[in-house]
Design a protein around this ligand. Structure first.
Ligand code: ZN
Length: 659
């Protein structure tokens, strides 16, 4: 480890000497590494990136390998280190998106995977796999399929025992040929290199195929689908469904598909990558509320179709029975409705008339006795309805429920719905709404405006507004004032991270506005890169800041990760002249007192080569105010009190620095 630190110091010194070259390394040719995905078998680690290896230079930074098998693939030279035993991958010409990460794997031969930006010039991302035995090191092999890197442990082929037929149309055998079985598989070429990778994923979903039949679109992948509650625009012509913890095959990115319909109802589905860990499905039709997303028994496929077709179709010839119902409440007041079946089920969820519906498409008997027992012990009055021989509907009245966390999760034989009984705090609802109102288009329908999760989606043909900020004219008196550029992250078509139906862009703006108020009270002149929900490129933000010539630049973001238990506060800086600012803000923002009061965690001041803090001329920082992906932290972030406290400490830190 000491050696590495020394190397890092030398690299750092070298880096200073060639600072000019540094930023050009972020051209189109470099690879951006988002994250890793680990399959169920613990034999495959899938490193997801965007960009390409093709531009990688042959000058690879890596010590000469000594004691291991080495595969050189597109300029990647793995090597191993002993005590502890580690397999190290240095990926040239690459940038890690986000902070360094360390994954501890349970029940796995690979004990630990660490990702970090090892050096910035040349740009090298280092990935270190730790194992307990030296003999394990030789079992690693590395492959690439262009943009993704796959680290394969062991030579075994992945278990492909989970095969199923999701959807078999009745009476027409030709149709079923459209639907191939899904199985986890690796396809090798003659030199035993992986040419196609279909990892089964543990914590994520990998959407890899689209096919269709006469009445719907089938989205097929590997892993486990976790779907967020759908959001609709005000006339229901557009709806959005977010798949959490999901990655997308690049061939499907930004593709639009017609949803076939035998009753000639026109609809399209666009698939896009919202973040590196979320897929957005955008449905457009005259009434998108008429469409259903049916989840397959193994949770790996989605069938998108009109409700009339879904209702009249037999999805599985095996009807399931209910083994148990549970309505439990966790310490945060969230209710979890958990149904366990005797076999795998297909289901879909939707919302209608202030109720949440769960249709189980192969449930013959819902077990009246168990159901009534559950109802006795629950304050939530779930209704049940047999809608056909093989379909059962559960209806949860939503009037007083707050679906802050509306994810539906299934594990083949069980379905879990999570929701909260009452609004977190009535004030929160108003606050979020006020923020949303200020930044988003006025929602005319009064009823809908009371719904927390209504979001603004541009209507058909409506181009999202692009705000090109103009430099404010400075009255002569302010020339002596200190100036700050506040940059609320994302906006407009770019929602940033999404958690429980809430958009990062909205939170960032709400907090930035509160910081502005406080700074202005102290006679600081504040420039905002955006003061409403507008689309802005990173370049726009940088140009705006540089033209405004402020004393400092502060970007406000909300963090997100696939690991839902991650939480805490981060302050990022990149340039040396920004470190002091980062420290000053962070020490107030993540003070002992605040951490205690808000039960959160100090994740540190981090050096990160994010575009905005790397290209702005003034000392600049990027603050991650907490994790929108974490249920508890999100609930806090949505409160006015927490937002004000964060704003207060950011403002305080800024004032300290400007003193
Ligand atoms: Zn962000």
């Amino acid at each position: 480890m000491k050696l590495h630190r020394l190397t890092a110091v030398i690299l750092f010194l070298l880096m200073l000497a060639v600072q000019g070259v540094l930023c050009s390394a972020f051209g189109a040719e470099s690879l951006k590494i988002n994250d890793i995905v680990i399959d169920n078998s613990d034999r495959l680690i899938y490193i997801r990136g965007t960009g390409s290896f093709k531009g990688a230079q042959s000058a690879v930074y890596a010590p000469t390998p000594s004691n291991s098998s080495v595969n050189i693939i597109n300029n990647i030279t793995p090597f191993t280190i002993s005590s502890p035993f580690r397999y190290v991958l240095d990926i040239p010409n690459s940038t890690l998106i986000g902070p360094s990460r360390n994954y501890k794997l349970q029940n796995s031969i690979i004990q630990n995977v660490a990702l970090s930006q090892f050096s910035v010039n040349p740009n090298v991302v280092r990935i270190v796999f730790s194992v307990s035995k030296q003999s394990d090191l030789s079992k690693f092999k590395t492959y690439t399929n262009g943009t993704d890197i796959v680290v394969k442990y062991n030579s075994s082929v992945i278990d492909n025992s989970i095969q199923y037929k999701f959807y078999t149309p009745t009476g027409d055998s030709n149709k079923s040929s459209l639907l191939q079985n899904t199985s986890a598989s690796l396809v090798y070429n003659t030199s035993n290199e992986i040419i196609e990778i279909n990892p089964r994923l543990q914590t994520k979903y990998y959407l890899s195929q689209i096919s269709q039949n006469s009445d719907g679109l089938i989205l097929r992948g590997l892993g486990q689908i976790s779907m967020q509650r759908a959001s609709y625009n005000d006339d229901n012509t557009i709806s959005e469904v977010i798949l959490d913890s999901a990655t997308l095959a690049s061939k499907l990115e930004n593709k639009t598909y017609n949803i076939p319909s035998s009753n000639k109802i026109k609809a399209t589905l666009t698939i896009s990558k919202l973040t590196s860990k979320k897929i957005k499905l955008t449905l457009k039709s005259d009434n998108t509320r008429d469409f259903r997303f049916v989840i397959s028994p193994d949770g790996q496929s989605l069938f998108v179709s009109h409700r009339t077709y879904v209702i009249n179709t037999i999805f599985s010839t095996n009807t399931a029975k209910v083994n148990s119902y549970k309505m439990t409440k966790n310490s945060n007041g969230y209710s979890i409705f958990d149904i366990v079946f005797n076999q795998a089920v297909t289901y879909d969820v939707f919302e209608l008339n202030d109720s949440f519906y769960l249709d189980v498409n192969n449930l013959g008997d819902y077990n009246t006795v168990l159901f009534e027992q559950m109802l006795k012990n629950s304050d939530i009055k779930v209704q049940v309805l047999k809608i056909s021989q093989d379909k059962t509907r559960f209806i949860i009245p939503m009037k007083d429920l707050n679906f802050a966390y509306a994810n539906v999760e299934s594990n083949a034989k069980s379905i879990k719905l999570c929701f909260k009984e009452k609004a977190i705090i009535p004030a929160v609802k108003n606050e979020v709404l006020i923020a949303a109102k200020n930044v988003e288009k006025e929602i005319k329908d009064e009823k809908k405006s009371q719904n927390l999760n209504v979001i603004y989606i541009p209507k058909k043909d409506e181009k999202p507004e692009v705000e090109k900020p103009k430099k404010k004219k400075e009255p002569p008196t302010i020339s002596s004032m200190k100036k700050v550029v506040l940059d609320p992250g994302h906006g407009g078509v770019d929602s940033g991270a999404i958690g429980g139906g809430y958009y990062e862009k909205t939170l960032n703006l709400a907090v930035a506005k509160l910081v502005k108020e406080r700074l202005e009270k102290k006679d600081i002149y504040v420039y905002m890169t955006r003061s409403k929900d507008a689309t802005m490129t990173l370049e726009d933000r940088v140009n705006y800041s540089n033209e405004s010539n402020p004393d400092i630049y502060v970007s406000i973001h909300t963090n997100s990760t696939v690991k839902e238990d991650s939480f805490g506060l981060e302050t990022h800086y990149y340039k040396d002249d920004s470190f002091e600012l980062a420290q000053k803000i962070h020490s107030v923002f993540a003070s002992e007192k605040n951490l205690k009061k808000w039960d959160t965690k100090d994740r540190g001041v981090i050096k990160s080569c994010f575009y905005v803090i790397n290209h702005t001329e003034a000392p600049s920082v990027l603050i991650e105010i907490g994790f929108i992906s974490n249920l508890e932290e999100r609930a806090k972030l949505l409160t006015k009190e927490r937002q004000e406290q964060i704003a207060e400490s950011i403002a305080k830190g800024i004032l300290e620095y400007l003193k």
